[in-house]
Design a protein around this ligand. Sequence first.
Ligand code: IMP
Ligand code: MG
Length: 190
Amino acid sequence: MNQLDDDIVKVLFTPEMIQERIAELGQEISDRYTDSVPLLVGVLKGCALFMAHLIQQVHIPLEIDFMAVLSYEGRQQSNGTTRIIKDLDFVIEGRDIILVEGIVDTGMTLGYILRNLQARQPRSIRLCTLLDKPARRIIKLPVDFKGFEIPDRFVVGYGLDFNQLYRNLPYVGILKDDVTGLNRQRQKTW
Ligand code: IMP
Ligand code: MG
């Protein structure tokens, strides 16, 4: 039990469900890269737990790097303004890149990073996200490796935050309306 459990209205994915899906994703990635060492680029901080577990399920040589961007500036939704606050350590020209995200919502954050990295002329870039909220997508993105699709609700846990909290929950759950004041205004499909 965690004190934060009380703020969760519904658990969507238990730690076991997450691990099971990550094992499958790890296999898909292992099968896809046969002639190169991919560089997995995690988008901080939401990717942290996912990245840690995912790389242990990829059974080919790989490297990791991280990036951090600020896209929300205190809001709960993107407004299109994004800037890099931590850039990659490595040069990626000619490399096979896998961008690893915790969740894709409007797609603005990942779209921005994708354009930025493409300009550095990698050999390929594929997208990997644990969670995908397709209902709110504004920027169309090809997601190559996807853990789960989720409905249009604000979720936390397993690295994902609300105002920086809840990242330490081992599961993914929907936050109560009175915590966010957000889900109330959204379509209840779950
Ligand atoms: P996008 O730019 O709208 O795709 O937003 C992506 C970012 O928004 C993610 O990296 C998360 O940091 C955050 N985000 C979007 N939806 C949620 C959610 O339901 N829970 C927690 N964070 C979210
Ligand atoms: Mg966040």
